[in-house]
Ligand binder design. Structure first.
Ligand SMILES: NC(=O)c1ccc[n+]([C@@H]2O[C@H](COP(=O)([O-])OP(=O)(O)OC[C@H]3O[C@@H](n4cnc5c(N)ncnc54)[C@H](OP(=O)(O)O)[C@@H]3O)[C@@H](O)[C@H]2O)c1
Length: 312
C-alpha cells in the first residue's frame, strides 16, 4: 500500500470540533505529500519492505470511548501522522475502544489505504484467537492486518501456529510477538531463536536500555524487525526531562526538543525498525515525526545522549 499523493486538508468543522482552529491556521496545513520532507526508513528484514522510523501507538491515548470530540481529535492525530509520512499504527484488543477509534477515524478522514495496520491477539485459551482477530478486523475495518503480534506472549504456543497459517494463506503479511518493561525477555529470546517471526516488540528508551544487551543484537542476527514501545515511558520520561534545558549540541542532530531527542536515540539504533510513541495531540505527533528526519545520531553521539540523560 502506497501513501496517497493528495492529502485532503481538515475541514473547518474538524478543526472547530477538536479545538484546533485557534492554534492552527489551515493555511499552514500541508496539502500534498510532496511538500513534506521524506522520513528516514528502515527495511523489515524478512521482506525488505521499508517502514518510516516513527509509527503511532494507541494505548490510553486512543481509548476514549464514545466521546465524539475526543474521537474526532484522534482522527486529526492520525491525519497529521499520515500527512507527515507515517505508516505504522499499533493497537490491540487490550486497548479498550482504541481499535474502533482507529478504524472509524481512518475511514472518516479517508486515509485507510496508506496505513501499515499492526494489531495484536490477546486472549486465552488460544482457540479463541481466530474469533478475536475477526472482531479486531471488523473494528479496524480492514480485510487483513499487515502485522499481528501475540500480545505479551499470552497463549503464544497456540496463537503463533495459527498466525503462521494465516500468513501462508495470504490472510496476514507479518507475524510478531510483544512484551514490555523487560518482562519475560528470556522467553522472548527463545521464541526469536526457534520461531520464524518477522517482528518483535519490546520497550526501549533512554532510561530503559536492557534490550541493547541481548535482544537487539539477536534481532539483527536472526533478521527480525523491532518495534520499540513505551519510548517516553508513558510520558514520564519527557515530564522529567522538561525541567532541564536541551543541550546545545542536540542541534547537531536536528532536535527541536526532548521528544525528538528521546526518539532519535531509539531509532538510530541499527536494530530498531520503528518506534511507536502514542499521543493525543496533533502538535506532538508532528514533533514526533520530525525525529524520523535526518540527521540521526551516530554511535558516539548516541553514547553522549544516554550519558547526558543518565547524569541529570
Ligand atoms: N506489550 C505491548 O505490546 C505494549 C506495551 C506498552 C505499549 N505498547 C505500545 O507502545 C505504544 C507507546 O507506549 P505508551 O503508550 O506506553 O507511551 P509512550 O509513547 O512512551 O508515551 C505516551 C505519552 O507521551 C506523551 N507524548 C507523546 N508525544 C509527546 C511529545 N512530543 N511531547 C510531550 N509529550 C508527548 C503523550 O501525551 P500527549 O497525549 O499529551 O501527547 C502520552 O502521555 C502504546 O500506545 C502501544 O501501542 C505495547
Amino acid at each position: 500500500m502506497q501513501a496517497e499523493p493528495l492529502i485532503p486538508p481538515p475541514s473547518r468543522r474538524d478543526l472547530l470540533l477538536t479545538g484546533l482552529a485557534a492554534s492552527m491556521p489551515t493555511a499552514l496545513w500541508p496539502r500534498t505529500a510532496a511538500a513534506q520532507p521524506a522520513l528516514s526508513t528502515r527495511p523489515i528484514p524478512s521482506t525488505g519492505e521499508r517502514l518510516p522510523l516513527v509509527g503511532l501507538g494507541s494505548w490510553i491515548t486512543f481509548n476514549v470511548g464514545n466521546d465524539r470530540v475526543a474521537r474526532e481529535n484522534c482522527a486529526q492525530v492520525m491525519r497529521a501522522f499520515l500527512d507527515a509520512g507515517g505508516r505504522l499504527i499499533d493497537s490491540s484488543p487490550m486497548y479498550g475502544s482504541s481499535q474502533s477509534v482507529v478504524g472509524e477515524g481512518l475511514a472518516r478522514i479517508g486515509r485507510s489505504a496508506g496505513v501499515f495496520a499492526a494489531d495484536k491477539v490477546w486472549i486465552a485459551p488460544g482457540s479463541r484467537g481466530p474469533a478475536q482477530i475477526e472482531e479486531s478486523q471488523r473494528l479496524w475495518r480492514v480485510q487483513r492486518f499487515d502485522l499481528l503480534q501475540v500480545h505479551n506472549l499470552l497463549a503464544w504456543e497456540a496463537h503463533l501456529p495459527a498466525l503462521f497459517e494465516m500468513k501462508a494463506a495470504g490472510r496476514l503479511r507479518y507475524v510478531g510477538i510483544t512484551t514490555s518493561e523487560g518482562r519475560r525477555h528470556r522467553e522472548i529470546e527463545s521464541i526469536m531463536r526457534s520461531q520464524p517471526i518477522d517482528f518483535v516488540q519490546v520497550s526501549y528508551n533512554l532510561l530503559g536500555r536492557e534490550v541493547e544487551q541481548r535482544i537487539l543484537p539477536l534481532a539483527r542476527e536472526r533478521g527480525i524487525a523491532v518495534l520499540a514501545n513505551r519510548p517516553f515511558r508513558e510520558g514520564a520520561l519527557l515530564r522529567g526531562l522538561q525541567s532541564w534545558p536541551l543541550p546545545a549540541w542536540a542541534a547537531e542532530i536536528g532536535c527541536d526538543g526532548w521528544a525528538q531527542f528521546a526518539l532519535k536515540f531509539i531509532v538510530s539504533h541499527p536494530a530498531v525498525t520503528c518506534a511507536i510513541p502514542a499521543t493525543s495531540q496533533v502538535a506532538h505527533v508532528r514533533q514526533n515525526m520530525g525525529a524520523a528526519l535526518d540527521p540521526l545520531p551516530d554511535e558516539a553521539m548516541r553514547q553522549r545522549m544516554a550519558a547526558h540523560v543518565a547524569a541529570l
